[in-house]
Design a protein around this ligand. Structure first.
Ligand SMILES: CC(C)(COP(=O)(O)OP(=O)(O)OC[C@H]1O[C@@H](n2cnc3c(N)ncnc32)[C@H](O)[C@@H]1OP(=O)(O)O)[C@@H](O)C(=O)NCCC(=O)NCCS
Length: 245
C-alpha cells in the first residue's frame, strides 16, 4: 500500500498597506488612540512631519489590531523585546510594522513570528550602492549585486535590503544579527529567499519570505518563521471599512 504524505498547510499571513500621507487628515483621531508613553514619544520628534507619520502609523496599527482582537484600539497593551520589537500583551497574535516616507506596512499572523520592511528607493550615494553593500552585505550578495547591469543596481540593492531587514525584524534582534552573516536572493524579480544563515543555519528551512506589491519607487518584503510555506493576503487600508479580512 503506498503512503501519501500530506504537504504541510501553508501559514496564512495578512499584510496591510497603510497610506500615511492620505490619512494625514485623521491625525487627531489616531492621536487619541495612543497611550501616555506613545504620546510622550510622539512629542519628542523634532520635526512635525516625523511626529505625524509616527502618530498615524501607531494609530493605524492599533486600529487594525483592534479589529483582529475585537478590542477597542486604545486599550491594546504592548510589550517590547530587548531590542525594542513590540508584541501584543497577553496575546498570541504576531505582528510587525515598518514605515518609509508615505507608507507603512503591517504584517499579522496568528501562528508565526513575522518581520516586515518597506523602503523608498533612493538615489545612490556618490560611490553608488555597491560601496554600501561591500561594507555590510554577505560576499555572495555583493558578488550578485556587482554582476547586475547598472540600471538594475538600485532596485536590486533595495530588494536585497528589504529581504534582509524583514529577516532581522522577524527575530527582533536589530543589528545585533550581523548583516554579512546571512544571505538572501538579490535579483528584484527572483523569489525572495533566505539562502544561508551562519547565525542560525536551521532558519534556511524555517524561514519563508514574500515580496509585497508596493507603490512605484518602493520595495517591501515580509518574512515569517515557519516550517511550512506561507500564503500572503495583501490588504489595502480601505478593506478595513469593508471588513474584507
Ligand atoms: C527597529 C529596527 C529593527 C528597524 O528600524 P527601521 O528600519 O528604521 O524601521 P522600520 O520602519 O522598518 O521599523 C520600525 C518599526 O519596527 C518595530 N520595531 C521596533 N524595534 C524592532 C525590532 N528590534 N525588531 C523588529 N521590529 C521592531 C516597531 O513597530 C517600529 O515602529 P515604530 O518606530 O513606529 O515604533 C532597527 O532597530 C534596526 O535595526 N535598523 C537597522 C537598519 C539597517 O541598517 N538595516 C539594514 C538592512 S539590510
Amino acid at each position: 500500500m503506498s503512503s501519501i504524505l500530506a504537504a504541510p498547510i501553508p501559514t496564512p499571513i495578512d499584510t496591510w498597506k497603510i497610506p500615511l500621507a492620505a490619512l494625514a487628515a485623521q491625525r487627531r483621531n489616531f492621536q487619541k488612540l495612543l497611550n501616555p508613553a506613545e504620546q510622550a514619544r510622539a512629542a519628542r520628534f523634532v520635526f512635525d512631519h516625523d511626529q505625524e507619520r509616527f502618530v498615524i502609523a501607531r494609530g493605524a496599527l492599533r486600529t487594525v489590531l483592534g479589529h483582529y482582537l475585537s478590542a477597542p484600539p486604545a486599550t491594546i497593551g504592548f510589550n517590547y523585546g530587548p531590542h525594542g520589537k513590540p508584541s501584543v500583551q497577553e496575546c498570541a497574535l504576531e505582528f510587525n510594522l515598518s514605515h518609509a516616507a508615505d507608507w507603512a506596512y503591517l504584517a499579522i499572523s496568528k501562528s508565526a513570528p513575522v518581520g516586515i520592511d518597506v523602503e523608498r528607493l533612493r538615489v545612490p550615494s556618490r560611490h553608488g550602492w555597491l560601496d554600501l553593500a561591500r561594507r555590510f552585505f554577505s560576499a555572495s550578495e555583493v558578488a550578485e549585486l556587482t554582476a547586475m547591469p547598472p540600471d538594475k543596481q538600485t532596485e536590486s540593492f533595495f530588494a536585497c535590503w528589504t529581504r534582509k531587514e524583514a529577516y532581522i525584524k522577524l527575530h527582533g534582534r536589530g543589528l545585533s544579527l550581523p548583516l554579512a552573516q546571512f544571505s538572501v536572493s538579490t535579483a528584484p524579480d527572483s523569489k525572495a529567499t533566505l539562502r544561508t544563515s551562519e547565525w542560525l543555519p536551521g532558519d534556511v528551512s524555517h524561514t519563508a519570505m514574500h515580496d509585497l506589491s508596493a507603490p512605484q519607487g518602493y520595495r517591501a518584503c515580509v518574512a515569517a518563521h515557519t516550517e511550512s510555506s506561507i500564503i500572503v493576503c495583501q490588504h489595502q487600508w480601505a478593506d478595513l471599512a469593508l471588513k474584507k479580512f
